[in-house]
Design a protein around this ligand. Sequence first.
Ligand SMILES: [Fe+2]
Ligand SMILES: [Fe+2]
Length: 164
Amino acid sequence: MPPPTPYENAIDLLDADHKAVKQLFIQYDALCEDGAPAEDKQQLAEKICNEIAIHAQIEEEIFYPEVRKATGDDALIDEAQQEHAAAKEAVAAIQGMSAGGEGYDEAVQGLARLIDQHVLEEREQIFLQAQYAALDLRGLAEPLARRKAQLKKKSAPKKAKEAA
Ligand SMILES: [Fe+2]
Ligand SMILES: [Fe+2]
């Protein structure tokens, strides 16, 4: 039997991700204010990029298709996917930069603004519609959690090696 997830439903799980990534962006701002070393900032930015990539992937693979099916609102989901595409471009740009270089902090802060805006719309529109649609939000928590754990594991070996 798969392990139970600590989340009530899909929205709980996704919103916990949103809050976690928001906290990481706040931590990033604190590093900037403290004049932290570039490598500390780079490590945190990589974590942020990784979290966002995994979150976007589980939404696109599992959550968005279910909401699309249940609501029939293609425009809403298409727009969200475009926003994901913009966020992924910003993530790729950051991953191609070095934290000591010019424009790095601005790129991370730009990503933070994109994510803030997307999360706001997701909460107010997609989550709201999902709650009123014939959608098994409880049942979706488990596959989302399972896929997230799988993707995290895939991205982990690099970190384990660094720690060794
Ligand atoms: Fe989200
Ligand atoms: Fe999203």
